[in-house]
Write a protein that binds this ligand. Structure first.
Ligand code: ASP
Ligand code: MG
Length: 422
């Protein structure tokens, strides 16, 4: 008998029928002798619906007072789904109780709409578990020290579940979703993409930050920090499948040291279209210029991803960097207004038709030639690489957006990711 946390995403909670299925699945786990804590998302579409209503009424409001109300509003989605799931569990003959974030309480800081969990009180939950109850805790929300309801940012229920699992020292946190695990890449781009039975926590972290949308990145960070065993699996299998089989399905996120299996050198290919490039041609090659350019961009709260500076010719150099596509126009305006005049008005080129493709694998640490294999396979397809960045376990390239699918397929093949690993 173990303490297990289940998390169900919005699609899994999308209708009363689906909620009933979730209840039956949870009841099966409880009847098998496990202590069960469940963290649901809002029913799919509900958070968008609520925030849409707020937008209709808000005008251009952006104060903290406004953000406070957005959180009070958005948090109701999870409150409703949690109560509905509890009702469904009771109808299944289970003892069950639901708690909103403030009732546990799940303490967060006061950063409305992007709060961070600081602590979770386990007393009430443990008491209920000891009495044989299934405990349902709202995802996505918490409460700050002044009693204001907060939310954790979109997709935050993943983080809630992992944090609850960490606080309760759960044996495992199962993230039920509409896909059956983490894939070598997006199967919509590469039909041969394969589900990974295991992926290391570090690889998962890279994949989440490089564009894989399976898990919210903060939930992966949290799992790493508290070493929470995490599994991503499908909620669309029949609820009554054999529990032993279910417990082994999906993708397990492991910690490298625990890893006994031989690792593939490259585990997956992540990509994102959300990027745009800015190049400034012919800036003076002297101290302080990078700071002037990137400092100004940072002041506008725009995050910079890749940066490249060329060698200089005649005291001038070219400077390129990438930002999120949503920030592209604003970043260029900022530069034109605040930076370029001081640099003698060099030319700026913007390119929003780029994408970033990355190979990820902890095996890259101990193997040479992985990046060059990547470059070779892109060049064989005639794809020009515009920018490169590397870390210990990933290599990313920026290429023309129109080659995204071609590049991902070529790399998937080059690294033989369609092949089953032992
Ligand atoms: N309901 C929230 C959202 O849609 C949180 C979540 O589903 O994880 O972003
Ligand atoms: Mg989600």
């Amino acid at each position: 008998m173990a303490l297990i946390v289940h998390k169900y995403g919005g699609t899994s909670m999308g209708s009363t029928e689906r909620i009933q299925n979730v209840a039956r699945r949870v009841a099966k786990w409880a009847r098998a002798g496990h202590q069960m804590v469940v963290v649901p998302s809002a029913m799919s579409g509900e958070t968008n619906r609520l925030l849409g209503l707020a937008k209709e009424l808000a005008g251009s409001a952006h104060s903290d007072a406004h953000l406070r109300e957005l959180d009070a509003l958005a948090a109701t989605g999870e409150q409703a789904s949690s109560a509905l799931l509890t009702i469904a569990l009771q109808a299944e003959g289970m003892q069950a109780v639901s708690y909103a974030g403030w009732q546990v309480p799940v303490r967060t800081n006061s950063a409305f709409t992007k709060a961070r969990i600081e602590s979770i009180d386990d007393v009430r939950v443990r008491h209920d578990l000891a009495q044989g109850k299934v405990v349902i805790i709202t995802g996505f929300q918490g409460v700050d020290l002044e009693g204001h309801i907060t939310t954790l940012g979109r997709g935050g229920s993943d983080t809630s579940a992992v944090a609850v699992a960490a606080a309760l020292k759960a044996a495992e946190c199962l993230i039920y979703t509409d896909v059956d695990g983490v894939y070598t890449t997006d199967p919509r781009v590469v039909p041969e993409a394969r589900r990974l039975h295991t992926v290391s926590f570090e690889e998962m972290l890279e994949m989440a930050s490089l564009g894989s949308k399976v898990l919210q990145i903060r939930s992966v960070e949290f799992a790493g920090k508290y070493r929470v065993p995490l599994r991503v699996l499908s909620s669309f299998t029949p609820w009554d499948i054999d529990i032993k089989e279910e417990a082994k399905s999906g993708t397990l996120i492991t910690f490298e040291e625990d890893e006994q299996m031989e690792q593939a050198i490259v585990s997956g290919i992540a990509f994102t279209r959300d990027e745009a490039k800015i190049s400034i041609i012919g800036v003076p090659d002297k101290p302080g210029i990078a700071h002037k350019i990137l400092g100004t961009v940072a002041e506008a709260n725009i995050e910079v991803d890749m940066i490249i500076q060329n060698i200089s010719k005649g005291g001038l150099t070219d400077f390129s960097f990438t930002v999120n596509r949503n920030d592209h126009a604003r970043a260029i305006d900022m530069l034109k207004a605040k930076v370029l005049p001081e640099l003698g008005n060099p030319e700026v080129l913007g390119d929003a038709k780029i994408c970033k493709v990355s190979i990820v694998g902890i095996g890259m640490r101990s193997h040479v030639g992985v990046a060059s294999k990547m470059f070779a396979s892109l060049s064989a397809e005639g794809i020009n690489i515009q920018m490169i960045s590397t870390s210990e376990i990933k290599t990313s390239v920026v290429i023309d957006e129109k080659y995204l699918e071609l590049a991902v397929r070529a790399l998937h093949k080059a690294f033989e990711l369609e092949q089953n690993q032992a």
